[in-house]
Write a protein that binds this ligand. Structure first.
Ligand code: NAP
Length: 497
């Protein structure tokens, strides 16, 4: 029995009531939410998933070369270590299989309503009324929005895109019917996705052309395979995985996530020196090297990691185009120098709209307040979890949460424990509605904006971390502070009705 359950059973008062839940999204954090609800003794829930398969990011991103750049033994649930990861950074297909296996082992796959997209959520008489796209209705006490961060593809407005004669698609909508081998492939973008795609395809295609609007710093990162002996050891001694996980987590916090929130930290300069040396040592043609050299600080944009991108882009069939794209024509991409780059396939590795969160679901809170209006300018949330006026609605990986180069699984696990502590207030009969106060939310927002200005993300570049005002929206404090905040809610920051 979990602590939550034990406490709830011990303290069930007259006002305590059974609770019904809707989890929206069957990705990493939706599966986690369902497992943790079960553990806490809440079995009346449905996971709504608009697609026909679970897995979120890992279901949607199936492009060649996809891997996670967080070590897999950290990018796993703490309660579900996986001794079988093939590499330090496992490929996407293994990660997808991992989530499917975990969901099946915990019986969560049986609780998912696939192909069911929530269209509206209205708070009526103290409960949430959900209506799906098909017009079905459900009434629940609590919503957990596990809708993901990078979910809505950013399709650039490129003149003539629809006229392209070959296959053109976003990286998160990979067209597996498109002929890639031996083709002339163009990739627009230079982010983590584009770098993985170019590196994976260069030896398969006739030519690969990378269209760069902004160069990226690249941190070198080897990806060794685990040997059969190591995997046997992981099976025999799971404590090795625990130790490794703790060490990686600590290392990430100290050497990366705590560094980027202090642009002048010594660790930040180490990251920069590493990226600079990677460029200097590995790109031999001085013209290409200068084209690839960013004029902003490393990690200002989300740091790209790759052991072999520089080798890939220097191959004879690879080209880096830095002239701006003017139009897309049936035959290929026309750039500002007048050149036409002939292509058979065009990949838009152009990122995501990172400010959407649970939208386009139309959510209406207390007194008819619409989330679309509250978030019209930009999304806000108290500690990334909840929004004033929207009681009993909690987000995992919501606005202003930690999204640096570290494990979003670790983030979601801390968040769900915090959310369960809030929900316990309802179960214990101490309230029927819980939402953050406007004052606490405003205080957090002011403090986080001040802190954001000191981060390396604010040091002068364009990136998906920045909001409409150019202020970094990501968690701007240390990871230790996040851990502390999530350890237990400060109920003074909440309105309990
Ligand atoms: P991204 O980092 O947002 O990069 C988008 C790229 O598209 C940028 O180079 C951007 O140029 C370019 N672009 C956008 N609109 C354009 C236009 N109209 N014309 C020309 N270029 C345009 O997207 P992403 O690479 O998909 O990565 C998103 C995030 O997903 C990453 O930061 C990371 O958090 C995650 N991710 C992780 C992994 C991993 O674990 N290894 C892999 C993939 C993705 P500008 O830079 O000039 O804006």
């Amino acid at each position: 029995m979990s602590n939550n359950t034990a406490a709830a059973v011990a303290g069930l008062g007259a006002a305590a009531r059974p609770l019904r839940f809707a989890i929206i999204g069957a990705g990493m954090s939706g599966i986690l939410s369902a497992i943790k609800l079960d553990e806490a003794g809440y079995h009346d829930y449905v996971v709504y998933e608009k697609a026909d398969r679970l897995g979120g990011t890992w279901r949607e991103n199936t492009y060649p070369g996809i891997a996670c750049d967080v070590p897999s033994h950290l990018y796993s649930y703490s309660f579900e270590p996986n001794p079988n990861w093939s590499h330090r950074y496992a490929p996407g297909v293994e990660i997808q299989a991992y989530f499917e296996a975990v969901a099946e082992r915990h019986g969560i796959d049986q609780c998912i309503r696939f192909g069911t997209e929530i269209e509206t959520a209205d708070f009526v008489d103290g409960r949430w009324v959900l209506v799906t796209k098909m017009g079905e209705r459900d009434v629940v006490d609590v919503i957990i929005a596990a809708t993901g961060v990078l979910h809505h593809p950013n399709i650039p407005e490129l003149a003539g895109l629809e006229t392209f004669a070959g296959a053109a698609f976003h990286s998160a909508r990979w067209d597996h019917g498109a002929q890639i081998d031996g083709a002339r492939v163009g990739v627009i973008g230079t982010g983590s996705t584009a770098v993985q795609i170019v590196t994976a395809l260069v030896d398969r295609v006739a030519s690969i052309t990378m269209f760069q609007r902004t160069p990226q710093w690249i941190a070198p990162q080897e990806n060794p395979e685990f040997t059969p002996e190591q995997i046997t050891q992981f099976h025999r001694h799971p404590e090795i995985i625990d130790e490794m996980r703790a060490e990686i987590s600590r290392g990430f916090a100290d050497r990366f996530s705590n560094a980027v929130v202090n642009a002048d930290s010594p660790e930040m300069y180490v990251i920069e020196a590493t990226c600079r040396a990677n460029l200097e040592d590995n790109v031999h043609d001085p013209v290409l090297r200068e084209k690839l050299r960013p004029d902003y600080r490393a990690a200002c944009k989300r740091l790209v990691v790759s052991p072999d991108f520089y080798q890939a882009i220097q191959k004879p069939n690879a080209e880096l185009v830095t002239d701006a794209i003017v139009t897309i024509e049936p035959a290929g991409v026309r750039t500002a120098d007048g050149g036409l780059h002939d292509l058979d396939v065009l990949v838009l590795a152009t990122g995501f709209r990172a400010d959407r969160f649970m939208r386009p679901i139309h959510v209406t809170g207390r007194d008819g307040v619409r989330l679309d209006d509250v978030w019209a300018q930009r999304p806000v949330a108290h500690l990334s979890i909840a929004v004033p006026g929207f009681p009993n609605l909690f987000m995992l990986n919501g606005p202003n949460g930690p999204v640096g180069n570290f494990s979003l699984i670790e983030v979601a696990e801390l968040q769900i424990a915090y959310v369960l502590a809030l929900i316990d207030e309802i179960r214990m009969g101490r309230c029927t509605e819980i939402s953050p106060s406007a004052t606490a939310t405003e205080r957090f927002d002011v403090e986080r904006i001040e802190a954001a200005k000191k981060t390396v993300w604010a040091s002068g570049c364009r990136s998906w971390y920045l909001d409409d005002r150019g202020i970094p929206a990501a968690w701007p404090f240390t990871f230790d502070r996040f851990r502390d905040e999530m350890a237990a809610p400060n109920l003074h920051d909440y309105e309990l009705i």
